[in-house]
Design a protein around this ligand. Structure first.
Ligand SMILES: NC(=O)C1=CN([C@@H]2O[C@H](COP(=O)(O)OP(=O)(O)OC[C@H]3O[C@@H](n4cnc5c(N)ncnc54)[C@H](OP(=O)(O)O)[C@@H]3O)[C@@H](O)[C@H]2O)C=CC1
Ligand SMILES: O=C(O)C1=N[C@H](C(=O)O)C[C@H](O)C1
Length: 247
């Protein structure tokens, strides 16, 4: 019998962390050896991999601790800016063999939606994103929307497509959303929602809408479990589940 993968869950009593604990316990090839929350001592208890769903203010300290202790990491927590990613790469440079996977969204459909948006981007000068989440979410715009916007902006740059203008010159601050690169992102927060994203493209006489809905946090679990298995074989930093799925 092969050994079980020993997993430590950070943010274990949170909405995502509690779901991850259940999913790992239900998987036949892994076990939870540590379930840690904000006030707990950070004892990883022999974990090979940590899964972090905590808070943008906490995640970098957690990652530093894991890397210092030669523990692989799967990170779903948002707020991972380019500067933060560069810092993680620098930490990992001193630890060959160690892997970190950071993904703004672990739901298969969300990853596909981002890829489809990237494919569509070079055909449309005009694109906007609406992300809709539960009202307990700490950050806006969502990590997924930020990542999607970057993918669209990059694809348009590579194709030499200049973002389309609009005629709005007078606006109430915020009415046209936040600019991520050159893509406008609108954030909705309502009780009853979980995690939803619409990517809208427009051209003369047509629009294209790509939409994904997570109706339950179990939607993220197959991606998280895959990440735990894969990160053991992937030294260095991997950003985005699309790279693990070879999409
Ligand atoms: N990549 C993806 O697929 C997804 C990413 N997310 C992201 O995951 C993160 C968590 O979301 P969610 O579960 O809804 O948030 P919650 O607030 O429900 O959970 C966060 C948990 O982390 C705990 N925590 C805070 N600081 C630390 C720390 N230093 N060490 C250990 N635990 C800590 C909190 O404890 P306390 O309450 O005591 O402060 C809380 O229990 C967010 O950034 C969210 O955007 C969410 C869904 C999917
Ligand atoms: O906070 C959430 O709930 C989610 N956060 C992630 C994000 O910010 O993109 C992923 C998903 O949208 C749910």
């Amino acid at each position: 019998m092969t050994d079980l993968i020993r997993v430590g869950v950070l943010g274990a009593r949170g909405r995502m962390g509690a779901t991850v604990v259940k999913a790992v316990e239900g998987a036949s090839d892994m076990e939870v050896v540590a379930a840690i929350d904000a006030d707990d001592a950070r004892s990883l208890n022999g974990a090979q991999v940590i899964v972090d769903f905590t808070h943008p203010d906490a995640v970098m300290d957690n990652l530093r601790f894991a890397i210092d202790n030669d523990v692989h990491a799967v990170v779903g927590t948002t707020g991972m800016s380019e500067e933060r990613l560069a810092q993680v790469r620098e930490w990992l440079a001193a630890k060959p063999g160690l892997g970190v996977l950071i993904a703004p969204n672990f739901a298969l459909g969300a990853v596909l939606a981002m890829r489809f948006a990237q494919q569509a981007a070079r055909f449309y000068a005009s694109a906007e994103i609406i992300e809709l989440h539960h009202n307990r979410k700490a950050d806006a715009p969502s990590g997924t929307a930020g990542h999607t916007a970057q993918m669209i902006a990059q694809a348009r740059k590579e194709a030499g497509v200049t973002p389309g203008p609009d005629a709005t010159t007078a606006e109430l601050a915020g009415a046209r959303g936040a600019l991520v690169e050159d893509v406008r992102v609108h954030s909705v927060r309502l009780p009853g929602l979980i995690a939803h994203e619409e990517i809208l493209f427009g051209a003369e006489g047509e629009t294209l809408t790509i939409r994904h809905d997570s109706m339950d946090r179990t939607s993220f679990m197959p991606g998280v479990l895959l990440g735990v298995r894969e990160v053991l074989q992937r030294p260095g930093l991997t950003v985005g589940l699309e790279n693990v799925l070879s999409l």
